[in-house]
Ligand binder design. Structure first.
Ligand code: ATP
Ligand code: MG
Length: 404
């Protein structure tokens, strides 16, 4: 058992927030097992914070000066995964113009983190089992057996035993991998940790966007603790960012917070968010998205208006009336825009607003790019994760010319 004081310093070092017993236990196991070469499977719902655990294990192991490679197995196309993991020889397949080392060869002496391990095709699972059992692997297109010394840590947000039952995951591989299981608790179990996390994210975003931090009032705090958080810490973080940007008030009430949380029905059915045919907007996130989009358009208008005014001041004579500013509104928006008027009075604030507008666009593009990358370029899955319709996503990809 790692003493409490050490656990606190580990949390500090890895920016892990929370004192919930289940989280402490998971961290404790990670540190205990780090010094061994046992393989570890980290399980937990999506967004619970699984990705930090393999880093803790690697950094507390004797391999810490060796390479650490994180591979998202769900994001690599089935056709190339063997070559990515185990390398290939020149001419092994069309397009293989050179030979290439795979991650297991590169990570020799270090650690590989196989995220979303349940997504591996069965044929790759066979190769993985072999490297786990004997340290041997063969590059695609080669017949030469090579050796590597790699510690494997895997993670999954789906129930692997169930995948074993349905024949999608090899049972022998599961037992070989799962020598030490670590379970990362869901956010809804963590009680007051949720408030600590909210506070941490609110502070981070206040620094990022250069504004005072939002604070929940007493009722909002109890909502934070009692909500079911289907998207766990990731959802809490996203919502804290949205509220920080959109709300003018810094004290967050129950009502404000509630308006950012999908209701009970959608909580249980996240995949139904953003249903296209629901005219009244089926998801509040979609609404928020539109607010953000609209704020951005307003800022663009404002920028143009100020620019026109400045030009007018420079050439007071013979200037034609400024044109009606063109407003890029590619879609119908049926909600009220949060009042920006107070700020519009201060023209000196414009630059700040324009900057903010740019950073909102960046944020939007970044969110879309991340969702696409995470879902291996699959637009349907990415749209679901973002809580917007596939059509909206498609339009935004075109609008911002996003490629991954
Ligand atoms: N205890 C924590 N303290 C601070 N930040 C956290 C904590 N847990 C998670 N996070 C943050 O929450 C976000 C989601 O975590 P992470 O990406 O590790 O989730 P995950 O379990 O890998 O989810 P998925 O299964 O969907 O990949 C990250 O930004 C991470 O930094
Ligand atoms: Mg992850």
């Amino acid at each position: 058992m790692v003493v409490m004081r050490d656990l606190q310093s580990i949390k500090q070092r890895f920016s892990i927030i929370g004192n919930y017993e289940g989280l402490n236990r998971a961290l404790d196991i990670a540190v205990q097992v780090a010094g061994t070469d046992l393989s570890v499977v980290i399980s937990g719902e999506s967004g619970t914070g699984k990705e930090i655990f393999p880093q803790v294990i690697h950094n507390f192991s004797s391999r810490k000066h060796g390479p650490y490679i994180a591979v998202n197995c769900g994001a690599i196309p089935e056709g190339t995964i063997d070559s990515e993991l185990f390398g290939h020889e020149k001419g092994a397949f069309t397009g293989a113009t050179d030979s290439r080392k795979g991650y297991f060869e590169v990570a020799d002496g270090g650690t590989i983190f196989l995220d979303e391990v349940a997504e591996l095709p069965l044929s790759t699972q066979v190769r993985l089992l072999r490297v786990l059992e004997t340290g041997e692997f063969i590059r695609v297109g080669s017949s030469k057996v090579q050796k590597t010394d790699v510690r494997v840590i895997a993670a999954s947000n789906v129930d692997i035993p169930r995948a074993v039952e349905s024949g999608k995951f090899r049972e022998d591989l599961f037992y070989r991998l799962n020598t030490v299981p670590i379970r990362v608790p869901a956010l809804r179990e963590r009680g007051v940790d949720i408030i600590l996390l909210f506070r941490k994210f609110a502070t981070d975003f206040s620094e990022k966007y250069n504004m005072p931090a939002i604070k929940p009032d007493a009722d909002a705090k109890s909502l934070l603790i009692n909500y079911s958080w289907p998207g766990n810490v990731r959802q809490l973080k996203n919502i804290t960012e949205q509220i920080s940007i959109i709300e003018k008030e810094r004290e967050i009430t129950y009502e404000i917070l509630k308006s950012y949380l999908p209701d009970d029905r959608s909580e249980k059915l996240p995949a139904l968010l953003g249903k296209e045919d629901d005219k009244s907007f089926s998801s509040e996130r979609e609404i928020l998205y539109k607010i953000l989009f609209d704020m951005k358009s307003d800022m663009t208008d404002l920028k143009k208006l100020v620019y026109d005014l400045m030009r007018e001041n420079e050439t007071p004579f013979n200037r034609p009336e400024p044109e009606e500013p063109h407003r890029p509104t590619p879609e119908k928006v049926t909600i009220d825009i949060p009042p920006l008027h107070a700020r519009q009075e201060h023209i000196q604030d414009t630059e700040e607003l324009v900057e903010e507008s740019l950073s909102l666009t960046d944020k939007e593009v970044e969110m879309i790019r991340k969702a696409l990358e995470k879902n291996g370029g699959k637009r349907k899955a990415a749209a679901q994760e973002l809580g917007i319709s596939e059509r909206t996503l498609y339009r935004k990809i075109k609008e911002y010319d996003i490629t991954i």
